[in-house]
Design a protein around this ligand. Sequence first.
Ligand SMILES: Nc1nc2c([nH]c(=O)n2[C@H]2C[C@H](O)[C@@H](COP(=O)(O)OP(=O)(O)OP(=O)(O)O)O2)c(=O)[nH]1
Ligand SMILES: [Mg+2]
Length: 143
Amino acid sequence: MLAKNPDENCEVAPVVHVAVAVIFNADQQILLTKRHASSHQGGLWEFPGGKLEAGERLGDALKRELQEELGIDVLSHHSLLRVEHDYGDKQVLLDVHSVTGFTGQPRAREGQPMRWVSVTELVDYDFPKANVAIVNVLLDGKR
Ligand SMILES: Nc1nc2c([nH]c(=O)n2[C@H]2C[C@H](O)[C@@H](COP(=O)(O)OP(=O)(O)OP(=O)(O)O)O2)c(=O)[nH]1
Ligand SMILES: [Mg+2]
């Protein structure tokens, strides 16, 4: 008899692991994009990125998402922080990396609004709740 998959009886939704990029340009500005209105946390500003695919490594997901969404190739990145957040309808783990080197000119390949902002301007934007922790470490001067 086959062993029963323990996940079958699990009613708790899995945590969604997300690669999130704080992309810096030479002027120390950060790239923001606006989430599509129909998406989870739609209409809010975000740091570019997206969900890891099954078996995918974080760095690979980061590079794939930034190529898909912005058409850039990541050259250097490092971990900034991890944020766990429960939205009620969805639980996320944001693995936030600073991207300090890339090639290509970022363009919104999925048609989303996009802009470069200084760290101090971040307080003027509406983000998903999980992003409060990210904005706070950036305001503290971490890169
Ligand atoms: N990319 C990104 N996602 C964020 C941020 N803050 C935050 O709570 N999230 C949440 C919203 C979503 O539930 C999840 C990201 O999922 P997503 O749907 O954008 O992922 P994706 O780019 O792979 O999109 P898709 O291909 O599935 O359409 O993480 C953020 O700053 N950036
Ligand atoms: Mg995305």
